[in-house]
Design a protein around this ligand. Sequence first.
Ligand code: NAG
Ligand code: NAG
Ligand code: NAG
Length: 310
Amino acid sequence: MPQVHAGLPAIRATAASTRPLMLLLLGLWTLAPARAKPPPAPDPLRRGWQRLLAEGEACAPCRPGECATPRGCLAGRVRDACGCCWECANLEGQLCDLDPSAHFYGRCGEQLECRLDVGDALSRGEVPEPRCACRTQRPLCGSDGRTYAQICRLREAARAQPDVNLTVAHPGPCESEPQILSQPHDVWNVTGQDVIFGCEVFAYPMASIEWRKDGLDIQLPGDDPHISVQFRGGPQRFEVTSWLQIQAVRPSDEGTYRCLARNALGQVEAPATLTVLTPEQLNSTGMPQQQSLSLAPEEEAGNEESEDYY
Ligand SMILES: *[C@@H]1O[C@H](CO)[C@@H](O)[C@H](O)[C@H]1NC(C)=O
Ligand SMILES: *[C@@H]1O[C@H](CO)[C@@H](O)[C@H](O)[C@H]1NC(C)=O
Ligand SMILES: *[C@@H]1O[C@H](CO)[C@@H](O)[C@H](O)[C@H]1NC(C)=O
């Protein structure tokens, strides 16, 4: 008895008329992963398609012994269009079939669902296409001590390294002492100009940031009206960014400033120096001698701008 599949009428109705399209899309399918992440084992997927094309409209009787064993399926395995062999499920971001009875692009893996995000695609100037998306967007801490944006990323990492036995340690990000992702840079400028130091920190629990100047016992800005400090959450989740701004710098502002980030698990800091030149100093120094000021290479890159003061 030939096996009858629920999705069969849909395939029969479309397969004959769309076969050139299918072949074209099959070609595109093999190109598509280059845009995102190359799937480590595309062969089982492709084999599933060859099988579908070879068999045309009807599913042959299922002979599990003849099925290829898909390997390296990062999103897990699903049954093929005939409900017979296992094949790799589609990963987050890969194309999928919105209609569950269709088997064109394939099915999304565990914890993933096929979603058509019209607004998102249009904003990127693309034609909206259904793609696999994770059902949840809650961050998790893995048993490897790393934070995963959501369960699908963790499962993917776990399947990519089966020998590691990666599991969920607990919901929410892994607790960690602050990490300074972007530290303040050494700067120099002429008196009267404004300078800004920035400091971007990741931590969970969230870090608090403070600024201090070496030799001063106070937390900035203190009561100094020409210094201001700003904070903002982001740019990513569990990050804080802070800026120290000194308006109209004076020679007395020279020194080392520190960004200090702290949470319950620890504290880290990053220093940056401010060098203040008077217009006379800048004039008498001249460009060729600037290395004698022991400026770091990145400040020398600002030389073109400093010609404004010449
Ligand atoms: C993987 O970890 C789980 C939970 O810690 C444990 O029960 C299981 O035995 C481990 N498996 C291997 C292969 O180490
Ligand atoms: C000096 O400050 C001004 C204004 O803040 C800025 O536009 C300029 O790039 C700074 N120059 C250098 C060399 O950093
Ligand atoms: C800079 O030097 C030039 C000539 O060397 C001089 O004319 C000018 O007044 C100087 N400017 C300042 C701000 O000292």
